[in-house]
Ligand binder design. Structure first.
Ligand code: AGP
Length: 609
């Protein structure tokens, strides 16, 4: 996610903005820029790379007074470059805009504006906002910004300057956070509280579809329809470190709770809801290429590998093509059969995992087209794969991957539907069901977070356990794998995942009184068999936690604890089922006093073999 900082007052505008952006560096970024209004003109300075470089470029700019806005960019549309860095200007360079979020309909708006003669400099979605405001600007910046919001689909936190209205910043918010810091004779704006804490602790938190005109002496708040808004001042009591976590105790819990937004952003621009089709404008691979593909290889490590296992089930069901899924560290040495008839898909949050990169290069060397799914634009996977799909999870700081996983799953689902559309293997009824359900996933995940209350209550019961088993069938099996990995990597409890049908082939010998078993039973076609497996372990006095879909109240009679996820298409349950497993791992680790963000022996990105 991008970082926004703005200032209006009589202080040193440039250095105040740079200091604010520095507080946002933890969010991750690939370019940075700043604009001020000076002597009736907009002045901008941008660079690819670190904030320190920008600071150097602006050294000695003791600019005092006026207004300024700054931005750290986490690229979503358009590669990291100076041209794509924010702020973006209108044709006459009289307006400057910075933005956090995604304008889903930016292509359509760009074409309309180009037809009107607007000249675009960048590849970004944001630049359309500057040209739209230019179209409507008649000397009242607040009015012009308000008028263009109705044309924007997607999410935004916007900050806008006008050379004709110095000493003023106009901001607007929809889905992406934006706060206003209140000073004395000066005011601030930022994408999150962290940037402002050393300046002020008195804030207005902008709500969705609200705007504000910020001057040194006043903050005028209105709704998108123009009605005035009055707000309570929000007094921040957090320390700076807590603020970086947006008030959460740990990055991991913050990132678990960011998943609805991350899904929303990953879904943005991916479905043409009028036509009912999935779209991947950035992909070159099409019907003819896919028709020449005989096998798909999904290759990854750790949590990303578990996403690949889900992908195997989905792709085989939708495409009727053989799919192999491999741990990258095995794939690269097992003399896999790779050739031009294989499509290799590598999945990596960081895009820098050594084994996954080696697998990517091996497949390419053998003539296979490689598609990368990664969360980091500009990463090695993003640069080296023949094609790349970016998840929009935003920076994931905690070592234990959560929001990156659910956005990888969503990307795989959308890719599977897209390929099936291209190959003509998607039954019409299923297409409609999936597209209806996929739209609800961010909301359903939000609802699933509510299981945290119950999990927090019973986490204590598991803190002293030495072994915990996760069992499931079908799509519940990769979810079990991910639940086991989450628990062991942050609580250090030995957790194992088993295909439930495997129990009688050995594992059952380990089940005795009090051994905890997490049984996932969300797949209707395998439900009865899962019930038998639950009875199998209960007969050996296991302590069973069942994870089932809402509406199935039969299971709870046979188990010790029952957790419910909202009903959705069985395909999509892995996106919801993982959330209680993430929360279980988090709360058990917390009661065990573990460092959930930085677990022992582990790194966020394994860039060595
Ligand atoms: C997940 O919780 C772990 N931190 C780890 O397994 C991780 O998924 C794995 O190292 C792969 O990382 P990547 O997605 O960045 O390639």
């Amino acid at each position: 996610m991008c970082g926004i900082m703005g200032y209006v007052g009589s202080g040193e505008t440039v250095s105040i903005i740079l200091d604010g952006l520095e507080k946002l560096e933890y969010r991750g970024y690939d370019s940075v820029g700043l604009a001020t209004v000076e002597r009736g003109r907009i002045k901008t300075q941008k660079t690819v790379g670190r904030l320190a470089a920008l600071r150097k470029m602006l050294a000695g700019n003791g600019k005092r007074g006026g207004a300024g806005i700054g931005h750290t960019r986490w690229a979503t549309h358009g590669r990291p470059s100076e041209r794509n860095a924010h702020p973006h200007l209108d044709c006459n360079q009289r307006l400057a805009v910075v933005h956090n979020g995604i304008i889903e309909n930016y292509q359509e708006l760009r074409e309309q504006l180009q037809k009107k003669g607007h000249i675009f400099i960048s590849e970004t979605d944001t630049e359309v906002v500057a040209h739209l405001i230019e179209d409507y600007y008649k000397g009242d910046l607040l009015a012009a910004v308000r008028r263009i919001l109705g044309q924007l689909k997607g999410s935004y936190a916007l900050a806008v300057l006008s050379a004709d209205e110095p000493g003023k910043i106009v901001v607007a918010r929809k889905s992406s956070p934006l706060v206003i810091g209140l000073g004395t004779g000066e005011n601030y704006i930022a994408s999150d509280i962290t940037a402002l804490l050393d300046k002020t602790r008195d804030l207005f938190i902008l709500d969705d579809n609200e705007l504000a005109e910020v001057t040194p002496a006043a903050v005028r708040l209105t709704k998108a329809d123009g009605t005035e808004v009055t707000k309570e001042v929000f007094r921040v009591e957090w320390d700076a470190v807590t603020a970086e976590k947006n008030g959460y105790e740990d990055f991991m819990r913050k990132e678990i709770h960011e998943q609805p937004q991350a899904l929303q952003e990953t879904l943005a621009g991916r479905v043409d809801w009028e036509k009912g089709t999935v779209v991947f404008p950035e992909l070159k691979i099409g019907r003819d290429d896919l028709s020449a593909i005989r096998r798909i290889h999904l290759v990854a490590c750790g949590t990303a590998y578990h996403a690949g296992v889900v992908g195997k089930y989905i792709f085989e069901r939708l495409l009727r093509l053989p799919v192999e899924v491999d741990l990258a560290s095995e794939y690269r040495y097992r003399q896999a059969i790779i050739g031009p008839d294989v499509l290799t898909i590598v999945i990596s949050q960081s895009g820098e995992t050594a084994d996954t990169l080696a697998a990517l290069r091996l497949s390419q060397a053998k003539g296979s087209r490689v598609l990368g799914i990664t969360n980091v634009i500009g990463s090695s996977v993003a640069r080296e794969a023949d094609e790349v799909i970016l998840t929009q999870a935003g920076p994931e700081i905690a070592v234990a991957s959560t929001k990156a996983y659910t956005t990888q799953l969503l990307s795989l689902y959308l890719l599977g539907i897209y390929f099936a559309q291209e190959l003509g293997t998607l039954e019409e009824a299923l297409r409609q069901q999936l597209l209806t359900e996929v739209k609800l996933l961010p909301h359903l995940l939000e609802k699933t977070l509510a299981t945290e209350t119950k999990i927090k209550e019973f986490a204590e019961d598991f803190k002293a356990k030495e072994n915990i088993f996760f069992i499931g069938r079908g799509l519940d099996y990769p979810s079990s794998m991910e639940g086991a990995l989450k628990l062991k990597e942050i609580s250090y409890i030995n957790a194992q995942a088993y295909a439930a049908g495997e129990l009688k082939h050995g594992t059952l010998a380990l089940i005795e009184e009090g051994v905890p078993v997490f049984a996932l039973a969300t797949q209707p076609d395998l439900y009865e068999k899962m019930l038998s497996n639950i009875k199998e372990v209960k007969a050996r006095e296991a302590t069973v936690v069942a994870l089932v879909s809402a509406g199935d109240y039969k299971t709870e009679k046979s188990v010790d604890y029952a957790l419910y996820i909202p009903k959705t298409h069985p395909f999509f349950t892995p996106i919801l089922a993982v959330v209680p497993l993430q929360l279980f791992a988090y709360h058990v680790a917390k009661v065990r006093g573990c460092d959930v963000d930085k677990p022992r022996n582990l790194a966020k990105s394994v860039t060595v073999e």
